[in-house]
Design a protein around this ligand. Structure first.
Ligand code: BES
Ligand code: ZN
Length: 618
């Protein structure tokens, strides 16, 4: 009798253990998130083998994606797709039927493939379509060299599903191999181990051995070449850009070393940058091992290279420790801006770092003001559930995120801050963090052990900027403000005062023109400094913004603005200028330019400007 009871108890215990184990895997591993149809707690992808042909004539990618799975007793696996033509599917190489769910404007369609307990892999044969949002196909005229077409992808936030069927949530991490076939004259590069020369037959093999989130899978194809900067850094660009790119980014190795000294070893072996054609919609995109960058960062004097520090910093904050959902986007960008500015300080000193920080501080002020009727948009932790995540990703995550971390640093002291961040990256390497997970980690590892109280929740969950914000001071900027004031008083400027100004000082000068500045003042400044023909893209952009705002038409500035908007697709620049037109009640003029510039824009820029100008695309 006793024996039986014991046996019974053991069976129950064993059964419970199994239940508990299952529960740990099924209920807690991946959090619910609104921007993916995947059910990773039931069955999840672990590795991708991609085999694709890049067809420039038809402007499609055609091929197959094979995934190795981890199945938790599910009878199907659910992937994300959007605007893809799914041809056929296989489970362990045997054809199976698939099912596409209803189309949702934001999410696209779920793709369900039946599997059994012992299914090891699935294959999807597919083609991209003309509606793809990730890909931008450029003709030769839209490139720097104007001789060959070009293709690049942009995956963040939820666009990878428009060129690869995938479980498209940042919580998913996969390794990948890819075979990519391109026209023989072109070279392909990915966020992976890359070739340094063209292959003879146009076939390229890639391997990404570190597990990454789907939004970081990236591909670029064009007539490009490689030049090293150091043993583990270098640049890819079209021929006419490659030497300029190498010279501009010559401090790349120093940046990597400075970053490693701050927060631990660089885990991705190689750090390269590819300079893309000017329509690239971002300043930079942190694709692992190969940052994608806008050519507008090449100023000729290394003045805009904090962008490279920024994308490099994402190798820790973002690529190594990833936001679990897009509501936690500030964990990627706020930490990255903090890290970027620390790298800049290590290389070029506190003054330069504070100037960059102050430019961001002014951006934050303007962004908060712009959201005065939508205060919820100024929270660090967002609620993007009913939205396209791209619409909620404004500079709050960057600049308020930065200010939070800088204020925290000033509260706890730099030494403790750095030890904390280093351990945060190490402990959470190759995994994902939610805002709540971060708060717990912060309390357990920094605040509680040191007996420090900090208004973390107010910073993260409340709109606006808390009282205890760090106050950033730059003597250089104070001097710029005085020079501007004296010009406005005296109507003349002492050029010996401005002759050594850096780009950041010029940007600060121009952005701080008072509302009352006259057309005469603007002409005088333009005559003295030729801002209208500035070759530095950031200076040109802020000047054009002022010209539009104040209805200044001297020096043929309107022609330059139009030319700039047609050539450059960098969303931050383009939207700043179109916003200026809109705020100056000049939407009609904006629309005339937009008709001409829109065909050159990547979908993420076009979508933003469509919404801004109320433009209905056919
Ligand atoms: N990861 C972002 C770009 C991004 C953000 C793509 C949101 C898609 C959705 C990148 O690291 C970035 O922040 N780029 C900035 C650079 C700047 C802050 C130095 C940009 O493009 O302007
Ligand atoms: Zn970033």
């Amino acid at each position: 009798m006793k024996k039986h009871t014991l046996l019974y108890a053991l069976i129950i215990l064993a059964f419970n253990c199994k239940e508990n184990q299952k529960e740990a895997v099924t209920s807690s591993k991946y959090v619910e998130e609104p921007h993916s149809n995947a059910k990773p707690n039931e069955s999840v992808i672990k590795h991708l083998d991609l085999d694709i042909v890049v067809d420039f004539e038809r402007e499609i990618i055609n091929g197959s994606a094979t995934y190795t799975l981890e199945n938790n007793n599910a009878s199907e696996i659910v992937l994300d797709t959007k605007f893809l033509d799914i041809i056929s599917t296989e489970a362990d190489k045997k054809p199976v039927d698939f099912e596409l769910g209803p189309f949702n404007k934001q999410l696209g369609q779920s793709l369900k493939i039946p599997i059994s307990e012992d299914t090891k892999q699935i294959t999807i044969h597919y083609k991209t379509t003309a509606k793809t949002e990730a890909l931008q196909w450029l003709n030769a005229q839209q490139t720097a060299d104007k001789t060959h077409p070009f293709l690049f992808t942009q995956g963040q936030a939820i666009l990878t599903r428009t060129w690869i069927p995938i479980q498209d949530s940042p919580q998913i991490r996969i390794t990948y191999n890819a075979k990519v076939t391109v026209p023989k004259e072109l070279m392909a590069v990915m966020s992976a181990e890359n070739p340094k020369e063209k292959s003879k037959n146009g076939i390229y093999h890639f391997k990404m051995k570190q597990a990454i989130s789907p939004y970081l899978i990236a591909l670029a194809v064009g007539d490009i070449a490689y030049k090293p900067v150091s043993h583990r850094t270098g640049v890819y660009a079209e021929k006419s850009m490659i030497d300029k790119a190498q010279a501009e980014f010559i401090d790349m190795e120093k940046m990597v070393t400075a970053a490693e000294n701050l927060y631990g070893a660089y885990d991705w072996d190689q750090f390269d940058v590819i300079v893309l054609p000017p329509s690239f919609p971002f300043g930079g995109m942190e694709n692992p091992r190969l940052t994608f960058a806008t050519p507008t960062v090449i100023a000729g004097d290394k003045s805009l290279t904090s962008l490279i520090a920024h994308e490099l910093a994402h190798s820790w904050s973002g690529n190594l420790v990833t936001n679990a959902t897009w509501d936690d986007f500030w964990l990627n960008e706020g930490f990255t801006v903090y890290f970027e500015i620390r790298i800049m300080e290590a290389l070029y000193g506190k003054e330069r770092a504070n100037m960059i920080a102050l430019i961001g501080r002014q951006d934050l002020e303007e962004e908060v003001e712009g959201f005065k009727d939508e205060p919820n948009m100024t929270k660090l932790k967002l609620d993007l559930s009913a939205k396209n995540p791209d619409d909620g990703m404004n500079s709050i995550a960057y600049d308020k995120g930065y200010l939070f971390l800088r204020t925290l640093e000033e509260t706890v002291g730099r030494e403790k801050m750095d030890a904390f961040l280093k351990s945060y990256f190490k402990t959470n390497a190759f995994s994902t963090v939610t805002t709540e997970g971060f708060i717990d980690y912060l309390n357990a590892n920094l605040l509680t052990p040191n007996n420090i109280t900090f208004n973390t929740e107010e910073w993260i969950y409340n709109p606006g900027i808390p009282e205890n914000q760090s106050v950033i001071v730059s003597n250089a900027f104070t001097n710029v403000e005085q020079t501007l004031q004296s010009f406005l008083n005296l109507k003349s400027i002492d050029v010996t005062k401005t002759k050594d100004w850096t780009t950041q000082e010029w940007v600060h000068f121009i952005r701080n023109f008072p509302e009352t500045i006259t057309l005469d003042d603007l002409s005088r400044l333009d005559a003295a400094f030729n801002f209208t023909n500035a070759t530095n893209s950031h200076i040109a952009m802020v000047w054009y913004e002022q010209a539009i705002h104040h209805n200044y038409h001297g020096n043929n500035v309107d022609q330059n603005i139009e030319e700039f908007l047609i050539r450059v697709g960098r969303r931050w620049y383009v939207s700043t200028l179109f916003k200026a037109f809109k705020n100056a009640d000049r939407v009609d003029e904006a629309l005339i330019i937009y008709q001409k510039s829109r065909p050159n824009y990547h979908s993420v820029t076009a979508n933003t400007i469509d919404a801004l100008l109320g433009f209905e695309s056919k």
